[in-house]
Design a protein around this ligand. Structure first.
Ligand code: BES
Ligand code: ZN
Length: 644
C-alpha cells in the first residue's frame, strides 16, 4: 500500500468524504444503491469502490429494490408480420422486502396481460406503461402486492423493434428463406422482452422458440440438438446481463471445428467460415492459459448476413460475426480472438454501467492482442496495435468533447453508443499495456487471472477494478507506477505521455517504400508488395498523403486493383482515401459496397466522409436504396448522419 505522510492522507480522506457527501446530497434515495462489490478498503487506500453506487442511467429498472433472477421466455416468431409474440415468466429476488412495484424496461412492446404469482395461483396485476423516451423507451411499472415471487407477461414486439432485423428471403444469400437476427447491446433487449435491461443486473434464462419448421433457431445459450422441426429449447444456466441475450433464425447449417467449437452459417459460406476460423481452438487454449478456464461449455460462431451491424458480438456460447471477416487468408480473425476474449472480460466480469465500457472493451482488446501474439507472433500483434493507435489518435483529434476521451466516462453521456469509440477499446488496451510493461508479465498475468476469478459473474465499476489493482498488484510493487499516472490514464482526457507507441519493423519498411515512390525514386512496380499482409496494405493506404494526385490514385488502382479489393478492410481504407481525394473511378465499387455491407464501422464513416466531400446527393441516393437492407441500429445511426 502507498504510505502517505499524515497531512496528505488526512487531506485525501477529507476530500473523498466531501465527494461522498456531495453525491448523497444531490441524489435522492432512489438513485443510489449500496454496492455488493465494494472492496473492504483500508482508510489510506487511494482507490475504492464508492459506498453508494450510481445507478445505470439507461434503465428504468428499480433494481436496488427487486431483481429479476431468471427469465423463462416463449417466443412465436412470425415472419409475415415481423412480430414476436412473447410470453415472459420472471423470477424475482427482493432487496427491499417492502418493494411496492417492479419496474422493467420496454421499448416498442405491446403489453397484453400481466399476472403475478401469489400462493401458487396467478392473479391479474395492475401495471402502467410510462411515456416513450426516444433513448430509453417506456418504463413498465407492475404493482406488487404480497411480495409475489414471479410475474408473467404476455406481449408482442413491434416490426420496428430496434434490436431485431427481419430479412426477407431476397435479402439472404439463398434467397429462399427469411432471416431474423438480434443485436441487443447496449440497450435493445428491451425491444424484444420486458426486462431489467441494464448490465448491472444478471439473470439466467431459458427459452422455447417456435419458428417455421424449415428454419433453425439459435440463442446465446445451450443449443437445441434435436431435429429441425420449428420448436427449439434453450437454457442459459449462468447469469448474464440482458444485453447478452441473442437470437437468430434462418436456414442455418453447422460445421464442427472440434468437439466443443463449431460454426453456424448459411450454406454458401459454411465451409469457407470453418476454414477461416479453424484456429479458434488454439485461441481458446491461449486465452485459457492466460486467464483461467473457459467457463461456458460450448463456444460456437454464427456467421450472419452482411447486414449484421458489427464485426462481431460476444453473445455467450455463440459469438455473432459479420461475413466480411471471411477474407480467405485469416487476416481478420482478430475479431474472433476479441469476441472469444469477451468470455472473460465482459461476459464473466461485466461493466456495471456503460460509462465503464472500457472494462469490457479495453480489457478484451488487450486480451485479444495477447492471443494474436501467441498464435501469429509478435510482428502481427504489433501491427494490429499500431493500426489501432492510428485510429485512436484520429478519434481523439476529432472528438470535440474532451470528456468522451476519458476511460471512465462521465455519468452524463447522452447515449450508451458514446461509450464505444476507440477510446474504450484502444486507450483501454494501451492502459493495460502500460501496466503490463511497468509491472512485468510475471506479475501482471497472474494478477489479471485473479481479477477474472475474483469478479466472475459480477458487474463492476472502474473503481472496483482500481481498488482491486491497488490491493493485488500495486501494493506488491509500489514504485512501479505513480498515483498521478494511473489517474491520468483513467480519469483524464486525451492520451498520456506514458503511452508506448508500438514500432512495427514491417510498417517502417512499408513507409520507407511509400516515401520512395512518392518522391519519384521508384515506380510502383518496384515496391515489393508480394509478401504484404492485410495489415501492411492498411498501413500503406491509411498513410497516403492528403494531397495524393489523381495520377497517383490511377496508378495505385492500376497496379493493385484496390477499388475491387475483396478484403472489406482494405476496400474500406481505400474508399476513404478515394472520397477525400475525389478519385471518382472508385465510385461504382463503393456504391456496390454500401449496397451490400451493413457493418457500421465501415458504412457510418463512409457516409460521413461522402457528406463532408460534397457528395451528399450521391450518398443519399445510395442510402435510399440501401436503407431497407440495413439493420435498424444502422438505419438510426445513418439517419442521424444525414439529418444532423
Ligand atoms: N461488443 C462489441 C460490439 C458492440 C459494441 C455492440 C457496442 C454494441 C455496442 C464487440 O465485441 C466488438 O467490439 N466488436 C468489434 C470488433 C473488435 C475486434 C474491435 C467490431 O464489431 O468491430
Ligand atoms: Zn468487444
Amino acid at each position: 500500500m502507498k504510505t502517505f505522510v499524515s497531512t496528505v492522507s488526512v487531506l485525501a480522506l477529507g476530500l473523498s468524504l466531501m465527494a461522498c457527501a456531495e453525491r448523497e446530497a444531490t441524489q435522492d434515495e432512489e438513485d443510489v444503491v449500496t454496492t455488493a462489490n465494494a472492496e473492504v478498503s483500508e482508510t489510506e487506500a487511494i482507490f475504492s469502490a464508492p459506498e453508494v453506487v450510481p445507478l445505470d442511467r439507461f434503465t428504468y429498472a428499480n433494481y436496488n429494490e427487486v431483481r429479476v433472477t431468471n427469465a423463462d421466455l416463449t417466443f412465436d416468431i412470425n415472419f409475415d408480420t415481423k412480430v414476436i409474440d412473447g410470453f415472459a415468466v420472471l423470477d424475482l429476488d427482493y432487496l427491499n422486502a417492502d418493494a411496492q412495484s417492479l419496474i422493467l424496461d420496454t421499448n416498442d412492446l405491446d403489453i397484453q396481460s400481466i399476472e403475478t404469482r401469489e400462493n401458487g395461483s396467478w392473479i391479474d396485476a395492475e401495471y402502467e406503461l410510462g411515456a416513450d423516451d426516444p433513448v430509453l423507451g417506456s418504463s413498465l411499472e407492475i404493482a406488487l402486492t404480497d411480495k409475489p415471487q414471479q410475474v408473467r407477461i404476455a406481449y408482442s414486439t413491434s416490426p420496428a423493434a430496434e434490436g431485431l432485423q427481419w430479412m426477407s428471403p431476397e435479402q439472404t444469400a439463398s434467397k429462399e428463406h427469411p432471416f431474423l437476427m438480434s443485436q441487443f447491446q447496449p440497450i435493445f433487449a428491451r425491444t424484444m422482452a420486458p426486462l431489467q435491461d441494464t448490465p448491472a443486473v444478471r439473470m439466467t434464462y431459458s427459452a422455447t422458440v417456435r419458428t417455421p419448421p424449415e428454419l433453425v433457431a439459435l440463442m446465446s445459450a445451450s443449443q437445441d440438438d434435436g431435429p429441425r422441426d420449428g420448436e427449439y429449447e434453450f437454457e442459459m444456466p449462468q447469469p448474464v446481463p440482458a444485453y447478452l441475450l441473442a437470437i437468430a433464425v434462418g436456414d442455418l447449417s453447422f460445421k464442427a471445428i472440434n468437439d466443443h467449437i463449431g460454426v453456424y452459417a448459411e450454406d454458401y459460406i459454411l465451409d469457407a467460415s470453418a476454414a477461416e476460423f479453424e484456429d479458434t481452438p488454439a485461441m481458446e487454449d491461449a486465452t485459457a492459459a492466460l486467464y483461467g478456464p473457459y467457463r461456458w461449455g460450448r463456444y460456437d460462431l454464427l456467421v450472419l448476413p452482411p447486414s449484421f451491424p458489427f464485426g462481431g458480438m460476444e453473445n455467450p456460447r455463440l459469438s455473432f460475426l459479420t461475413p466480411t471477416l471471411v477474407a480467405g487468408d485469416k487476416s481478420l480473425t482478430n475479431v474472433v480472438a476479441h469476441e472469444l476474449a469477451h468470455s472473460w472480460s465482459g461476459n464473466l466480469v461485466t461493466n456495471a454501467t456503460w460509462s465503464d465500457a472500457w472494462l469490457n472493451e479495453g480489457f478484451t482488446s488487450y486480451v485479444e492482442n495477447r492471443v494474436m501474439e501467441v498464435l501469429y507472433g509478435e510482428g502481427r500483434a504489433v501491427m494490429e496495435r499500431a493500426l489501432d493507435l492510428e485510429s485512436l489518435r484520429r478519434t481523439v483529434a476529432d472528438e470535440s468533447d474532451p470528456a468522451l476521451t476519458q476511460l471512465k466516462l462521465p455519468e452524463t453521456i447522452g447515449h450508451p453508443d458514446d461509450a464505444f469509440s476507440s477510446v474504450a477499446y484502444v486507450k483501454g488496451m494501451f492502459f493495460l499495456k502500460f501496466l503490463e510493461e511497468r509491472f512485468g508479465r510475471d506479475a501482471f498475468d497472474p494478477f489479471l487471472k485473479s481479477y477474472f476469478d475474483h469478479f466472475a459473474f459480477r458487474s463492476i465499476l472502474t473503481e472496483d477494478f482500481l481498488a482491486y489493482f491497488e490491493d493485488h498488484l500495486w501494493a506488491d510493487n509500489p514504485d512501479a507506477v505513480t498515483e498521478a499516472e494511473i489517474k491520468e490514464w483513467v480519469f483524464e482526457p486525451g492520451l498520456p505521455d506514458t503511452i508506448e507507441a508500438p514500432v512495427s519493423d514491417a510498417f517502417v519498411q512499408v513507409s520507407a517504400q511509400q516515401a520512395q515512390w512518392l518522391a519519384g525514386d521508384v515506380s510502383l512496380g518496384d515496391v515489393d508488395t508480394a509478401e504484404w499482409t492485410t495489415h501492411e496494405w492498411l498501413h500503406f493506404i491509411n498513410n497516403l498523403p492528403d494531397d495524393l494526385s489523381e495520377e497517383n490514385f490511377v496508378s495505385l488502382d492500376a497496379a493493385f486493383d484496390l477499388s475491387n479489393s475483396q478484403n472489406a478492410e482494405i476496400a474500406f481504407a481505400w474508399y476513404m482515401q478515394a472520397i477525400a481525394g475525389e478519385y471518382t473511378p472508385a465510385k461504382p465499387m463503393l456504391e456496390t459496397f454500401l449496397l451490400n455491407v451493413g457493418r457500421g464501422k465501415f458504412i457510418y464513416r463512409l457516409y460521413e466522409a461522402l457528406i463532408e466531400a460534397d457528395e451528399r446527393a450521391w450518398a443519399d441516393d445510395i442510402y435510399q436504396r440501401a436503407r431497407a437492407g440495413y439493420h435498424p441500429i444502422a438505419q438510426r445511426r445513418i439517419d442521424e448522419i444525414f439529418n444532423g
